[in-house]
Design a protein around this ligand. Structure first.
Ligand code: SF4
Ligand code: SF4
Length: 59
């Protein structure tokens, strides 16, 4: 499943952007957004988010 970002929790730290292998995440302003077409559903972003703002639906 493609992860979901809770932008209320996102602090804009940029960690998810750095760890995403296909570079599917970009920060717009201070919030992270996932490009669903690029996401390979690896889950790295959810693992690395210090704010626990990224969740995988169904997990
Ligand atoms: S790692 Fe989490 S807090 Fe940091 S930019 Fe990504 S979603 Fe936001
Ligand atoms: S699940 Fe993997 S490919 Fe998809 S946005 Fe997160 S780190 Fe990037």
């Amino acid at each position: 499943m493609i992860p979901v970002i809770d932008r209320e929790k996102c602090s804009g730290c940029g960690t998810c952007e750095e760890v995403c292998p296909p570079r599917a995440i970009t920060l717009k302003g201070d919030k992270a957004f996932i490009n669903k077409k690029l996401c390979e559903e690896c889950g790295e972003c959810a693992e690395s988010c210090p704010e626990e703002a990224i969740t995988i639906p169904g997990k």
